[in-house]
Design a protein around this ligand. Structure first.
Ligand SMILES: O=P(O)(O)OC[C@H]1O[C@H](O[C@H]2O[C@H](CO)[C@@H](O)[C@H](O)[C@H]2O)[C@H](O)[C@@H](O)[C@@H]1O
Length: 277
């Protein structure tokens, strides 16, 4: 069971603080929607809470200042969004690593601002067009739903619909995809998230993204905070008792610690700055 840490207690949570302080090479990896930003009706309207945005800028500066030192602190955003969308809504600093599309897109600070376009194979392009057509048909029969078009996936959003209508739309989409004639769905990864169903043409996970980040940074302690079901694969890839896993908000989790929501994140980031600056 994860331990709830309320902001006022961070300083007394000696174990959490000690791991962050004692790490030689620390990496702070944060999910975006539901962690850095509160969840909102439209994906394009999501933004970091002002206090979080300010502290992320400070952590990005800390990353720049310590990168060549014996005790670096690295920062990464690890999102289900594609990197092009993440750059717009998260406005990441120049010294941050970016993991987009649930681990399928990987950028170091040096490559983060290069062309975000991901080359798709012809087969992926065709498959994405096919699943998108299916989801468009479902969406047209599901008032209140809408689609989000991403580099490697299409997402059916049901936020704002009634609970029954929303689960009906998701089931309809799953059935329609499963009954596609003559199309192999081996290349499709279906991901359930918070009031979304995503059909991706790349198989990747946040766990793979975090393993890549550890290789890139040589971090001996990695803090990962996330709110969604896809973040559980990230928690699973980390080392119990050495790394720090933080579930943001309610819901089942394998994370060791839990905070109430995005509004509690600034206190955690401030603790990181206090023990690492
Ligand atoms: O890994 P994340 O950075 O948390 O991205 C996961 C998905 O986030 C977005 O959807 C969620 O946030 C939306 C805006 O707050 C909300 O409307 C939606 O209901 C949430 O599921 C994003 O739109 C997806 O593409 C990401 O995969």
């Amino acid at each position: 069971m994860s331990r709830v840490v309320v902001p006022e207690n961070f300083r007394r949570e000696s174990e959490l603080g000690a791991r962050l302080q004692n790490a030689e090479r620390l990496l702070i990896a944060l999910d975006f929607d539901g962690t850095i930003s509160p969840l909102v009706a439209r994906p394009e309207d999501a933004r970091a809470l002002p206090a979080t945005a300010r502290l992320l800028r400070k952590l990005d500066e800390l990353a720049a200042a310590t990168v060549a030192s014996a005790r670096p602190t690295f920062l990464a955003l690890v999102s289900g969004r594609d990197i092009a969308s993440l750059q717009v809504v998260a406005e990441p600093g120049e010294h941050s690593f970016l993991v987009g599309s649930h681990g399928a897109e990987l950028r170091t600070p040096v490559t983060a601002n290069l062309d975000p376009a991901v080359p798709l194979t012809e087969a992926q392009r065709e498959l994405l067009a096919t699943v998108t057509e299916v989801l468009e048909s479902v969406q047209s029969k599901s008032p209140g739903s809408f689609l989000e078009y991403k580099t490697l996936s299409t997402v059916l959003h049901t936020r704002g619909m009634g609970t029954e209508e929303a689960s009906g739309a998701v089931v309809m989409a799953e059935k329609a995809l499963a009954s596609l004639n003559g199309v192999s769905l081996n290349g499709v990864s279906l991901k359930h998230g918070k009031e979304i169903l995503e059909a991706a043409v790349a198989h990747s996970s946040k766990g793979e993204g975090l393993i890549w980040l550890r290789e890139q940074t040589g971090a001996d302690c990695l803090l990962f905070a996330g709110d969604d079901v896809t973040d559980e694969q990230g928690f699973a890839a980390l080392k119990a008792g050495q790394d720090v896993t933080v579930k943001v908000g309610s819901g089942e989790t394998i994370a060791e610690f839990r905070i109430y929501g995005p509004e509690s994140l600034p206190a955690l980031l401030q603790l990181v700055l206090d023990v690492r600056s």
